[in-house]
Each structure stands twice: as structure tokens, then as C-alpha cells.
Design a protein. Structure first.
Length: 256
């Protein structure tokens, strides 16, 4: 049985800076130590400008993207005036910027609800227009937003199944709208529970989380495996771990 592979669209720095690239390369190296390899050559997002621009141009031609002149402060103030939840874009520039310079490019969401069935969490429904608002595809600083870059790369690589953290569950309906606008079929999704600190916060560098112990990759795999609700395997090597884990995962989480 071969080792598992990862096939997410892109795993890379979002900028062209050296520190960002080095961090991204360190992440791929960490995955390799855990026995995880990519089915496809890794896509570096800072090399994908032309692909993202082509997707943006296609959406503009469809009337699904418009320029936005709002700052974050202006969005927050207007949303508060309208009684909208924090973070929801109020549609200020849907009908134009009225002479103000464009800062960002936003995706024009559709009205009504978007529903998908998550392999672990079940049915999830969201009214993207009212709960999120028209979201940014290209930022004011010129960088491509995660939503566009991830989707374009997934479509390019033919990704059929996305398995990721539950913190991205509510991102999925907007991504489905974007995928469909680009003429592609949405993949199957599965959102896994996050590892949290005692305060209930997602583990991150910002919260002082301990990094992976790269001297003990097998131990890290066993701990992650148990977090996902499985019994400890007690494997004596990375290869043996995956040989035992893969059939157990498939028996519990078979792709429909």
C-alpha cells in the first residue's frame, strides 16, 4: 500500500518575499517528514499570477466582479449603520464607486441559499449574500485573496475531494459559488475538528502554540490520529503507520 498523498491546489507563500517562500518550503518539508507527498507538483501561488488574472478577467466579463473603493473601516462603519453582523460587506460599491479609486475587486454573490453536504458535518446551508456579502478576490495591496487562488489552483489540478479544518466550513458556500461561476464542479468536502488550546482557541503561532516536533514525526502522527477519534496504532515507523491507518480511515470515511 502506498503512502498517502496530498492533492490540495496550492501550498505556498501568498507573496513573493523570501521569508514567505522559506516558510512555505519549510511547511512542505514538514509534510514530507510525516510521510505526506503531493500527487502533483506543488504550485507556488506567487508564480500563478497569470492564471489568477485570467480567472478574474473571465469573471469580470460575466459581470460577476466589480471594483470596490471601501476601506476596512468604511465597511465596518456602514455595516454597523445597517445593523449587519461584523465582517459582512454591505454592498456599498455594487453600483459603482462614484468616482472614487478602486481599492479591491469583489465577487458578486448570488441571492438565496447555498447548501452542500459535508462528509463529516452533514448538510450546511448559508445565505452568502446576507451572511458574508460580496467577498474580495484581489486585495487593495495587489495580492490575490485566498478564495480565488485556492479555487483556481484546485480546478487546475482537478481536485475532487477537499479535507481540511472545520474553521473553513463556513467558507465553503462562497467557494462553491465561485467554482460554479468559473464553470467547474465543486469537489466533495470534509471538515475535521481543530486542535484547540485550553481557552478554546485554534492552535497557531499567534497563540503561542508549540510547533511540530520534527524529531518525533511518528509521535506527532499518533497524536493527530487520536485527535481524529481513532485508537493509537503503536506503529514502529512512518511507513507502518500509514499502512495501518489508511484502511481504517477508508472504512470509517469512505468517499460517497
Amino acid at each position: 500500500m502506498r503512502a498517502p498523498t496530498t492533492a490540495s491546489g496550492s501550498f505556498a507563500s501568498r507573496t513573493s518575499t523570501r521569508p514567505g517562500t522559506f516558510r512555505a518550503q519549510a511547511n512542505t518539508s514538514s509534510l514530507a517528514r510525516l510521510g505526506l507527498a503531493s500527487d502533483e507538483p506543488v504550485l507556488w501561488q506567487h508564480d500563478r499570477h497569470e492564471a489568477y488574472q485570467a480567472a478574474l478577467d473571465r469573471l469580470i466579463a460575466q459581470g460577476r466582479v466589480y471594483g470596490c473603493a471601501c476601506s476596512r473601516k468604511e465597511v465596518a462603519l456602514r455595516a454597523a449603520e445597517l445593523g449587519l453582523p461584523a465582517g459582512v460587506y454591505p454592498g456599498t460599491c455594487r453600483l459603482g464607486t462614484h468616482g472614487r479609486p478602486v481599492r479591491a475587486m469583489r465577487f458578486l454573490t448570488t441571492s438565496g441559499t447555498t447548501t452542500f453536504t459535508d462528509r463529516l458535518c452533514g448538510d450546511f446551508t448559508q445565505d452568502v449574500e446576507h451572511e458574508v456579502g460580496d467577498f474580495v478576490l484581489k486585495r487593495a495591496d495587489g495580492l490575490w485573496a485566498y478564495q480565488l487562488a485556492a479555487i483556481v489552483d484546485d480546478i487546475h489540478q482537478g481536485v475532487t475531494d477537499v479535507v481540511r479544518g472545520a474553521d473553513l466550513l463556513d467558507n465553503t458556500p462562497r467557494q462553491i459559488q465561485l467554482i460554479e461561476a468559473l464553470g467547474a464542479q465543486a469537489p466533495c468536502y470534509m471538515h475535521l475538528p481543530l486542535v484547540l488550546n485550553p481557552e478554546g482557541q485554534k492552535l497557531s503561532k499567534q497563540q503561542g502554540a508549540t510547533p511540530l516536533d520534527e524529531d518525533d514525526p511518528l509521535g506527532e502522527l499518533e497524536r493527530a490520529w487520536m485527535h481524529l477519534g481513532f485508537d493509537r496504532l503503536g506503529a514502529d515507523s512512518i511507513h507502518a503507520f500509514w499502512d495501518a491507518a489508511l484502511p481504517l480511515w477508508k472504512s470509517r470515511h469512505a468517499v460517497p
